[in-house]
Ligand binder design. Structure first.
Ligand code: NG1
Ligand code: ZN
Length: 546
């Protein structure tokens, strides 16, 4: 096995703090206070290069971000060649390397290399890197590239980008010689691809009113401003749209995600602090790395209305279901919606009973949703927090490409469907791309005098719900029963029984408890027929688990 000595040498500059708690590669890779992340990021560099070699030199992505978390935090995660998350069976390797004392890193690396390679492997390794706007990002990239150099890997550092753009670049790089390359391998190529899809989908439409985007003072602001240069002029009759950017300060890290952004809006069920929208004006919020989006507006009388990931999923599923039918492809393309247990029960009911589409429920974490969605011709997946996208299978793409329209209406449906496959990010949830999706749908549904966003809101009524974060002595004592999508506790023993008893007392009650993968806490989600009942239910559950 090569490189062991180089790694041991380079690791001395990035030593693991002796007394640190165990690190774990969780739902979002490694994420914690940035001061603790230097050695971890170094070991991620080793693993990324190893993974590339294992996959015959395919390019692996590494993203440095802590998304919606405070500016002092940071995180690092690995992106597989097609832009999806690191294959699950490798997560334990990431965890193991991160926890190896620096003096033993050579042996740990060599053991792992022998385990994954079986025989000698001299493939060239390729890695691409990006980071969000956090000040700690630059230093962490140094830790990463020191490891990549020790591993003899080739790398490109793309600097500051949104998470979805790094996923896009990873897939574009690995498909450049395919018969259908994913796109040009550049940040500009990403903007061009999205804008071209938008123009096609909007050729007969003009959006109603304007849209204001709260960028959480994160990297999404830079991306959106650059992207708007590729869009039709605001007053263009076909596809022109007025987009205002707010909370776009990326020069001052202290304001990142502060009282703004998708997570602030979703968890607090309130507008960002700087909100000054007029009734029925469309607003949306990105999170700190622009892979989540939440929409909202106010009704007359200042009533706040939020449209979260569940709403985007239902909007997308109903629109896409509709145009697939109009395009004459309903019997060739199967559509499903994938959710987690955090999806509002009313949305699940709406999809199954009204849209008559299949719903699947997976454990928390995008990788699970993505994986299940990819089994369908069209898989719509969203977490309630606004992370999600729509996946089109090879079969769906083929059916759309080869369909022969029999009427102008069919042609329009097919053209729109084709355009969606172009601008919807196929690798990961993407705030910018999801925003275009929502805007295209609302524009197609506008025109009968009612505000399209208000109409979207009234399709169904959410069950009152709440999400609690509870600090407990040991979150790892909370485990869930396999194959229940984390909806049933296995341990602490007896707790699920008590929980069931509590829930049974409430009309339309539902509640589950699981350990967070990104924070040192346990999350409790509950819903019931009234707000009062939810509050009551969650209070009893909190007392029980503390
Ligand atoms: P954890 O901390 O494991 O609950 C959170 C979010 C996930 C996902 C990951 C990754 C909730 C309830 N959980 O996971 O949906 O976004 O972070 O960022 O919102
Ligand atoms: Zn994010």
């Amino acid at each position: 096995v090569q490189y062991g000595d180089d790694i041991a040498g380079a690791a001395k500059q990035h030593a693991r703090p002796e007394k640190s708690k165990p690190f774990a590669y969780g739902t979002a890779g490694f994420r914690m206070n940035a001061d603790l992340l230097d050695s971890v990021t170094f070991t991620v560099g080793i693993l990324a290069a190893l993974r590339s070699r294992k996959l015959q030199g395919k390019t692996i992505g590494v993203m440095i971000t802590a998304s919606h978390n405070p500016a002092r935090d940071n995180g690092v995660k690995i992106v597989d060649p097609y832009g999806d998350m690191l294959e699950q069976s490798w997560e334990k390797h990431a965890t193991e390397l991160a926890n190896t004392p620096t003096g033993e890193i050579k042996q740990a690396y060599e053991r792992l290399a022998r385990e994954v390679f079986k025989s000698e492997n001299r493939e060239e390794a390729h890695v691409i890197i990006a980071r969000d706007t956090r000040p700690s990002g630059k230093g962490l990239v140094k830790a990463l590239t020191d490891a990549l150099e020790a591993m003899g890997a080739k790398y490109i550092d793309y600097g500051v980008l949104t998470t979805p753009i790094l996923h896009y670049l990873t897939r574009a790089t690995n498909t450049q010689n395919d018969s259908h390359p994913y796109g040009e391998i550049s940040e500009e190529g990403y903007y061009k691809k999205l804008a071209a899809g938008w123009k096609t989908a909007m050729q007969y439409k003009k959006p109603e009113g304007s849209l204001t985007v709260d960028c959480a003072n994160g990297v999404g602001a830079d991306a959106l401003k650059k992207f708007l240069k590729y869009m039709p002029a605001e007053d263009d009759e076909s596809g022109g749209i007025k987009i205002n950017v707010v909370n776009g300060r990326t020069d001052d890290p202290s304001v990142l995600n502060e009282k703004a952004g998708a997570d602030y809006v979703k968890t607090g069920q309130r507008a960002p602090e700087s909100f000054d929208g007029k009734p029925f004006e469309r607003w949306c919020s990105y999170d700190g790395d622009a892979d989540r989006i939440i929409y909202y507006f106010t009704e007359t009388g200042n009533v706040f209305r939020m449209l979260d990931g569940d709403r985007i999923a239902t909007l997308a599923a109903s629109f896409i279901g509709n145009i697939v039918e109009k395009a004459g492809l309903a019997d060739k393309i199967q559509i499903a919606v994938v959710q987690t247990a955090y999806a509002n029960g009313a949305s699940t009911k709406y999809i199954e009973e009204r849209l008559k589409l299949k719903v699947e429920c997976t454990p928390t974490g995008v990788k699970h949703l993505h994986h299940v969605a990819s089994r369908y011709d069209i898989g719509v997946y969203f977490e309630a927090n606004g992370h999600g996208t729509v996946l089109f299978s090879q079969n769906a793409l083929r059916q759309i490409r080869k369909a022969d329209p029999q009427s102008p209406a069919q042609l329009e449906a097919l053209t729109t469907l084709q355009a969606l496959t172009e601008f919807i990010n196929q690798t990961v949830g993407d705030a910018l791309s999801d925003m275009l999706l929502v805007e295209v749908i609302l524009a197609h549904q506008s025109g009968d005098g009612e505000h399209s966003i208000a109409k979207w809101f009234t399709t169904y009524t959410d069950l009152p719900n709440r999400l609690l974060r509870v600090e407990v002595a040991d979150k790892n004592s909370f485990t869930t029963v396999p194959d229940t999508a984390e909806r049933k506790l296995q341990t602490p023993e007896g707790m699920q029984g008590k929980l069931d008893e509590l829930v049974a007392k409430y009309t339309s009650g539902r509640c589950f408890v699981r350990a967070s993968g990104t924070e040192n806490a346990v999350r409790v989600y509950g819903e019931a027929a009234s707000k009062h009942e939810v509050d009551n239910l969650l209070q009893s559950v909190e007392v029980m688990i503390e």
